[in-house]
Design a protein around this ligand. Sequence first.
Ligand code: AMP
Ligand code: MG
Length: 403
Amino acid sequence: MKNRESAGGPSGLMPFDAAVETILSCARLLGTERVPLEEAAGRVLAGGIVSDVDMPPFDKSAMDGFACREADLGDPMRVAMTIYAGEMPERGIGPGECARIMTGAPLPAGADTVVMVEHAEERDGTVRVLRPPRERNICLRGEDVRGGDVVLEGGARIGPAQIAVLAAVGASEVAVRRRPVIGIAPTGDELVEPGQARSPGKIRNTNGPQLLSQARAAGFSAEYLGIVRDEPGAIRAALRRAAGKTDVVVFSGGVSMGERDHVPAVLEGEGFSPRVRGVAVKPGRPLLFAERDGMWVFGLPGNPVSTFVLFETVVRPFCDLLMGHEHRPTVVRAPLRRALTRRASDRLDHVPAAIGEDGLAEPLEYHGSAHIHAYSIADGIMVIPPGTKRLEAGETVGVILVR
Ligand code: AMP
Ligand code: MG
């Protein structure tokens, strides 16, 4: 996989945006499955959803009060009936009549206005209006949605609001995309699991738990492949364990230029084609992406901040696209609290940032790509485009929210 030369750019690195585009272009849609509505949250709709009803399905009162004719508002009105939510009026109202009506109850024929109960006085079966209503206080049949309307588009992620819409159209079962299964494989001879004794020279495996939780929080299935030793055979074995039961494997570590960085060569030996290797981004320059019929592999450099940021900015959009979902992170565009200077500006920079209560964006103290603690107190990832040497206080920056 010596294709750094082919990556373009003066440094031989692929521009970040081009790398993301190349990676996304490799995505293929996964299949679909049907899930009960109550299990649909977090999933991605396989197709559009059409409403089978008008919403609301009938003209209804928006208030507790009296349904009447606007023309009669100035005169005392006789209370002809009471209409409760869930019941149909037994008849319409005529001139000089009104109906006591509850919020959500169907409007009787003939009524065009509802007077709030607070603005009326009822005595001996007669109602006088104390304050004429400013609005009709009626929800008209079909004013929100018409039967036959597409209420949700295929590819939409299902959250609580979409669940409500699905419930409203009677979708007790929903066709969704299969979740991609992401195999998480942290590499490194120095790694011990967080619960294990740590002998001299060893460090705790933070990328494994972090990537697993990122994958699950993003709505993917995650499968832990265990710590992989820095030996070609161990990397090969992890790939074989992953084959057939994962769609995407995310290796952390072992993709740089060190003597024990065997991931690229093993991938090549196993028949994977490299699509991206070496990207003009900081942190994360050694980023590797390779594919082999329906199996995709990311090699993320092992520094915890690199894996954190690259998962959010590269792995996650790719895995979303496997489900037909276009990942659109929430990006806050905010003025910088203080000026920011960079020594080198040849790469796109991702920096941990906080958004203050005053709305200003502030880069956090950050000692480089091992300093994951900086992200534990950050609101998001500030994006500094390549070519930017200095940003003045007050200049607008984009921060991808990752809380
Ligand atoms: P590598 O990309 O393998 O050269 O690793 C870069 C740096 O990240 C080294 O300092 C590693 O010790 C560290 N590192 C690699 N994998 C992990 C991990 N799973 N958890 C924490 N640190 C790691
Ligand atoms: Mg390593």
